[in-house]
Design a protein around this ligand. Sequence first.
Ligand code: SF4
Length: 399
Amino acid sequence: MRTRAIEEALAAAEAERRLAPDQALALADCGEVARLCALAEAQAIAGHGLQVSFSKKVFIPLTQLCRDVCHYCTFAHPPRRGEPAYLSPEAVLAIAERGRAAGCKEALFTLGDQPELRYGAARRALSALGAASTLAYLEACAERVLTDTGLLPHLNPGVMDEVWLRRLRRVSVSQGIMLETAASRLSAPGGPHFGSPDKHPARRLATLEAAGRAQVPFTTGILIGIGETRRERIEALLAIRAINERYGHIQEIIIQNFRAKPGTRMAAAAEPTLTEQLWTIAVARLIFGSRMNIQAPPNLRPDALAALIGAGINDWGGVSPVTPDHVNPEAPWPHLDQLRAATEAAGRILVERLAVYPEFLPAPAAAGPADPAASAAAASHGPEPGSAPGSTSQWLDQH
Ligand code: SF4
């Protein structure tokens, strides 16, 4: 049933006005998914034209140890006998090099959150690697990848303070953390985040705030279907929007659907329906407006790519031709030819982007020569004349 509040929210969306928080929250009771999607797709096209972007990436799982124990996760595991706790620098560079050879431009570092706080094996491994912490080791590896291969690092190491966000900015073009949810009740006993201190919404929102103060181009998003309500999804999106309106640093919002994985505590939990994901994508588009980049991972809904576009996304995220999705290993990324065909079948155009979106690139002259964003800017604006052999800009020129 359409209440007056829903009518007002839909009218505001149709006029492409910013939804006030109470208008956004009213959409929690709006079940008109087709109407929401039509409004959202119109906004996506108004903001991005017919383009749907992706980033060609290589996935570097620096460590699969984690201090947290999210009940749906198969990426993290306890230390295993005979298995190194961290990828060695040589292994990191070998993965990056494979990506470089396959035409990737993004090196996505995804890793468990500060495992040294939980496992002696992590502390001993870091000591042997000469690193004081996981973040310090990440910093060293990202710098090697940037300078040795020219790939542009995007870093996803979990909760961080402003000092670390600024340090890691030196060796990356963008960083991110999924908010997942703003519902702290999901951290209570029985909830999917019980026992995972870094998943408490307050800590993740504090990281988003710190990234804003540090002006780091930042990726975030929500995970749907882990027990939250529609209203709680909107509350999470509004919390992200409030921070972004203060700092303007959020470059993309991911709407990720929970997948039940064998061997986890949530193996038997129901996955969110496609309709539920379309509703959420559409509402996210209407909350953030036409210019925001809204993303859904194509490998988690491979049979519904046109529907995801029709709900208002304009980005597929990172797609790798060489490494699996280590977070969802059961869901291979589509071949780029398939992704292009599906995008075009939906009447849209597939375009490649860098790990940092064009609107977050500094003008090349404004960035210092050691700034990785300067290299990305050079790639976006064209190669720098006379660049040194082996430099990032030369590498980008060649690809
Ligand atoms: S989802 Fe992330 S934070 Fe949670 S256990 Fe897995 S790796 Fe750790």
